[in-house]
Design a protein around this ligand. Structure first.
Ligand code: ASP
Ligand code: MG
Length: 406
């Protein structure tokens, strides 16, 4: 059975006019003889409104009721899509997660899809129907409604594609695909044709706006190819797939940047076991996300310096924790706001020597000072001053030939 899963995000179904447009896309696949399974998110803004209501009723709103409430936006959009298709002469109906059912594990508000029952949907497809399935929601073993985290309808689509062995899983959204860097920051940003799951996960600041990271992990684990494309313009999008499917002549696939980072340096901390743990434990307990971490080698064998980055919104809290916690000892605390992390990402760098040098040289040519460096197999990140970000982005985008025509 030739099955395609089409997922529509909140902006794609944001107005009645847009829903009508979406049903034309659905119909076009039907005409191509696909069995179409549709997964939809709530109309944009609806989930946020529902969450607001829950807080107004109670600041300690029951988590199981939260799931019932906030998942209701998907019921509305699915029924509107189905209603329009019926109006156009198609056989269609909405399917709420409990009617299928889609079984989830884990806690309310943040469950994971474990199983999607195939029987009823397959039967419905065989009868020529177009099922419109609610994203974001499921039921648990006690038959209670669950949700799978904000932006979760991406993961719903991917798990549905997995259980129905779909030939394609297409994520329709409000951008044309994944770009080499944020097009709002650099006009020269280009749409990427193919990207690996791993690169997509690393491009957090770019990719995560387009797709929920958990869903990319699900796709990676289950080897589901995804296409991300726009509901509004008829152009091919970006394919997210496994590395071995990619024939690429590029070393770097994309460049991501962060904003509102701060740098914290502890000068003269004791160089002995357990010190780093005692610094980072209270930070993690307070949900402060630590990003880049570097520790100098200790010149005298007794003391060392430790530097890490956090989000600027956490700076005051971090300062307080470091100063007031008697387990943390240092000679001096240096804090610096307005730094930004710029990362080059690409599986091509695994097999290409000299990438680090090229990055550093390109930055040096622009007189940009590098404050912290961190690397992984497919990513090199440097910390620089905020004011240099744009310059660095232009230089690196050019250096790694992302500007050019594809
Ligand atoms: N409607 C849900 C949300 O806003 C799920 C989704 O959009 O994917 O988080
Ligand atoms: Mg989304």
């Amino acid at each position: 059975m030739k099955i395609v899963v089409l997922k529509f995000g909140g902006t794609s179904v944001g107005t009645i006019k847009k829903i009508k447009k979406v049903t034309e896309i659905i119909a076009s696949y039907k005409k191509k003889k696909y069995n179409v399974i549709v997964v939809s998110s709530a109309m944009s803004g609806v989930t946020n409104e529902l969450i607001k209501k829950s807080v107004e009723i109670s600041t300690n709103f029951s988590e199981s009721e939260y799931d019932v409430l906030v998942s209701s936006g998907e019921q509305m959009s699915c029924s509107l899509i189905a209603g329009r298709l019926i109006d156009r002469g198609y056989k269609s109906r909405s399917w709420l997660s409990w009617q299928i059912p889609i079984i989830t594990n884990g806690v309310h508000k943040n469950s994971r899809i474990n199983k999607v029952n195939r029987n009823k949907i397959l039967k419905y497809l065989k009868e020529g129907g177009i099922p419109i399935i609610t994203g974001f929601q499921g039921i648990n073993n006690n038959n209670r409604i669950t949700t799978i985290g904000r932006g979760g309808s991406d993961a719903s689509a991917i798990m549905i594609a997995k259980f129905f062995k779909a030939e394609k899983c297409i994520i329709y959204t409000d951008v044309e695909g994944i770009y080499t860097t944020d097009p709002n920051k650099l006009i020269k940003a280009k749409k990427i044709k193919v990207i690996s799951y791993e690169e997509m996960l690393e491009m957090a600041s770019l990719g995560a706006k387009v797709m929920q990271p958990v869903s990319i992990q699900d796709a990676r684990l289950n080897r589901i190819d995804i296409e991300v494309r726009s509901s509004f313009v008829k152009k091919s999008g970006t394919i997210i797939t496994k590395r071995s499917n990619i024939i690429n002549n590029k070393i770097v696939t994309g460049i991501s940047t962060t904003q509102n980072d701060s740098k914290v340096s502890l000068i003269g901390v004791k160089d002995k076991p357990g010190v780093a743990a005692s610094i980072f434990k209270p930070l993690s307990k307070n949900s402060i996300n630590v990003d880049m971490v570097v520790q100098n080698i200790s010149a005298n064998g007794k003391e060392t310096d430790l530097t890490f980055t956090i989000k600027t919104e956490d700076l005051n809290k971090t300062k307080k924790i470091l100063k007031e916690n008697s387990n943390i000892n240092f000679r001096k605390l240096l804090l610096k706001k307005d730094v930004s992390k710029i990362s080059i990402i690409g599986v091509g760098m695994i097999t290409t020597p000299g990438v680090t040098f090229r990055m550093f040289q390109a930055l040096a040519n622009k007189r940009i000072n590098i404050q912290v460096i961190s690397t992984s197999e497919i990513k090199i990140s440097v910390l620089i001053d905020n004011k240099d970000t744009k310059k660095a982005l232009i230089a690196l985008h050019k250096e790694f030939r992302l500007d050019g025509n594809k």
